[in-house]
Write a protein that binds this ligand. Structure first.
Ligand SMILES: [Zn+2]
Ligand SMILES: [Zn+2]
Length: 250
């Protein structure tokens, strides 16, 4: 598959064919959670009322789940783990949870644009990761055929656009898995073990941002990061929502 690039190449056509103003005319910006029209100029993709109820998550330890903005760093040895960091926009609860449900199960693909862009902007502003490419967590082809799209790919595409980085779908998921939400912590790890495969040339030493919609036990993203790190990539994770672990890490 050719490299998908969010950044317009010099002299070539832009990756996004429509101008921002044309896009806004067709799809006026709406609040992510209550869908109220948002006034110009472009700012946060939430109305004032929903901003007051929004709980930012931010940088989180992908091993123990410590939220760094709420206290001291935890001291987990992240250098030795496949996933070196995790950034999430908010908690998987309330209006934010309902919004992600619409994105994932109710064909509300239009949510991915403001959501992915916001995620990309915050990763650029609030982390020191400096990723060089963006990789979506893939779906198995059967799930993709059922849903018609991969919400993680949509989020990754717009995060890449905000970060002005190439989007590289370097992972595939040849093994079908059960929905993670129906399983215990240990079952989730076993469910995704060996589920992903690397597709593409090795990129040793490259810093990658791995994007998924929801990070809960982290089993999926940890397994995807393991496959990428075996190819020499340095992997950081970004998700639209985070939910605390079901049980402590092993
Ligand atoms: Zn709102
Ligand atoms: Zn930790």
């Amino acid at each position: 598959m050719p490299e998908e690039t969010a950044k317009a190449s010099k002299g070539g056509p832009p990756a996004w064919p429509w101008s921002e103003s044309f896009w806004r005319l067709l799809f006026p910006p709406r609040c992510l959670t209550c869908e109220a029209l948002l006034p110009p100029p472009p700012g946060l993709p939430l109305c004032r009322s929903c901003q007051r109820q929004f709980t930012p998550a931010g940088l989180i330890c992908p091993r123990c789940g410590t939220i760094f903005r709420l206290g001291q760093p935890c001291g987990c040895p992240l250098d030795t783990l496949p996933l070196k960091g995790l950034y999430a926009l908010s908690w998987y609860e309330g209006a934010w949870r309902r919004m992600l449900h619409r994105l994932k199960f109710e064909q509300k693909r239009s949510l991915a644009r403001p959501l992915g862009r916001w995620l990309g902007e915050l990763v650029a502003r609030e982390t020191a990761w400096e990723p060089e490419l963006v990789i979506p967590v893939p779906l198995h082809r059967r799930r993709l055929a059922e849903r018609g799209y991969n919400q993680a790919l949509l989020l990754a595409r717009f995060a890449a656009q905000a970060l002005q980085l190439p989007l590289r779908p370097l992972l595939v998921k040849p093994k079908p898995t059960l929905p993670q939400s129906s399983l215990s912590y240990q079952q989730r790890r076993e469910n995704v073990r060996g589920a992903f495969a690397y597709r593409g040339k090795p990129l040793p030493g490259k810093r990658a941002l791995l994007v998924d919609d929801i990070y809960s036990t982290g089993a999926t993203m940890q397994e995807a990061a393991r496959v990428l790190s075996e190819q020499g990539l340095i992997v950081y994770g970004a998700a639209a929502a985070f939910t605390p672990r079901l049980s402590p890490p092993c």
